[in-house]
Write a new protein. Structure first.
Length: 317
């Protein structure tokens, strides 16, 4: 992937097909707080991958994730004992049905001898749920120190490393049967380098689990600049996900649309005899480049109609 530095941003080609032929689809991106930033998202006219162009530099992203991101995500400015107590209080409510559903699904690929790594594991709730179901060994990487601490102390998972994925290295001679990346790949400037690195941590025929917003199925409850939210450097469809994995010798063996408009996939090496999902199925679910562009153009109108109907229901009630 070719990048050209310009101040604090990088002009870049498509990470999937290396084309520089792209069309602008949105010029702003919203944080979860509602604040809007100037960010240009484009769609590759050749393959349909959506990405920031120009792209923030590594230094700019690190500054955001170490500062504003934590506050934007969970509404806290720094690491204090009071905030840690709040995290523990929220964890005492137990795992959500969504977490249990994911754990049930992923446990189908595990045995008691398996090792699982969750990159961006948060408070470790999913790892704890998987460990309870399959009895396997679990590990995690989490950049937020309070969440990592909660995973270690509340769930009793000592093998949680505080830090970023780029800085993590597994113990010598350790490989994993399953690696989990929830809401990670879309935040990375170079998804190709990340997939290649993570693939090297897998045992032969091990599995990768990805979850991120499905760019082919945005919720009408959100404006376009909230669908393409700040910090999401790439936005994937089922088809572009399959294509970027194929570049690294991997195939999708199961996938599904989450009720909250997330795309979930399980992938493994193309050498694994397990049957792959048909590429035509993934292509049809995402639509052509022309269809994706049409969806992006219609998203503001879909969101406007959603708000009007919600206001009408509120008024009538």
């Amino acid at each position: 992937m070719i990048m050209i530095m310009t101040h604090n941003t990088l002009h870049t080609r498509c990470a999937l097909c290396n084309s520089d032929d792209a069309s602008v689809i949105c010029r702003t991106a919203a944080l979860k707080s509602g604040e809007v930033r100037d960010v240009t998202n484009v769609i590759c006219n050749r393959c349909g991958l959506i990405y920031n162009n120009p792209m923030p530099s590594g230094a700019a992203l690190r500054e955001y994730y170490q500062g504003e991101f934590a506050q934007d995500k969970i509404g806290r400015p720094g690491a204090t004992e009071t905030q840690y107590d709040k995290i523990l209080a929220s964890m005492s409510e137990g795992s959500s049905s969504k977490t249990d559903r994911i754990a049930d699904w992923l446990s189908l690929f595990l045995t008691t001898r398996s090792r699982v790594l969750d990159v961006g594991c948060g408070t470790g709730t999913l790892l704890a749920s998987i460990r309870w179901r399959s009895g396997c060994d679990v590990y995690g990487v989490e950049p937020d120190e309070l969440m990592a601490r909660a995973a270690r102390e509340y769930h009793g998972i000592p093998s949680i490393t505080t830090g970023f994925m780029e800085e993590y290295s597994p113990p010598v001679d350790m490989r994993f049967d399953l690696i989990i990346l929830r809401h990670v790949l879309e935040h990375l400037r170079d998804p190709n380098a990340a997939i290649e690195k993570i693939k090297s941590w897998l045992v032969p025929n091990g599995y990768l689990y990805f979850a991120f917003p499905n760019a082919a199925n945005f919720s009408r409850s959100r404006p376009l600049n909230r669908c393409l939210e700040f910090g999401h450097l790439h936005s994937f469809t089922p088809f572009t996900t399959a294509q970027i994995l194929l570049r690294h010798g991997m195939k999708i063996v199961q996938w599904r649309d989450d009720p909250l408009f997330l795309l979930e996939t399980v992938a493994t090496s193309i050498d694994n005899p397990i049957e792959a999902v048909a590429i035509d199925e993934l292509r049809e679910s995402g639509g052509s480049v022309r269809e994706l562009k049409r969806k992006m153009r219609l998203q503001p109108a879909r969101h406007f109609l959603f708000r009007c109907r919600r206001k009408a229901r509120s008024f009538l009630s």
